[in-house]
Design a protein. Structure first.
Length: 119
């Protein structure tokens, strides 16, 4: 079992920055990839970024490239999502998710942290 806990969500003005954190615990040695996803009211959930275990393989949703940066500190079992130049359309609940080795999907999810961007 893997547990994930997000933090860092806030209300910020458009153009501002935030850093979200996702702390993993439990059987963390079994985690191959961690992703950040978001869901806005009335919209489908979308994956915005992911990073593999060694921290070097990353993925970004095309629409957030250049503004979102994912990183991980394995010593702290933490994955970060740095969000710059926030836009009102970034308003959503942000979740982190973990994919275990050999799995084809994200097996574990956190409870989410709310990001609200005001104009």
């Amino acid at each position: 079992q893997v547990q994930l806990a997000e933090s860092g969500g806030s209300v910020v003005q458009s153009g501002g920055s935030l850093r979200l954190s996702c702390v993993t615990s439990g059987d963390t040695s079994n985690v191959a990839r961690v992703a950040w996803a978001r869901q806005a009211p009335g919209k489908e959930r979308e994956f915005v970024a992911s990073v593999i275990e060694n921290g070097y393989g990353t993925y970004y949703l095309e629409s957030v490239q250049g503004r979102f940066f994912i990183s991980r500190d394995n010593a702290l079992n933490t994955v970060y999502l740095q969000i710059n130049s926030l836009r009102t359309e970034d308003t959503a609940t942000y979740y982190c998710a973990a994919q275990t080795w050999g799995s084809s999907h994200y097996d574990y999810w956190g409870q989410g942290t709310q990001v609200t961007v005001s104009s």
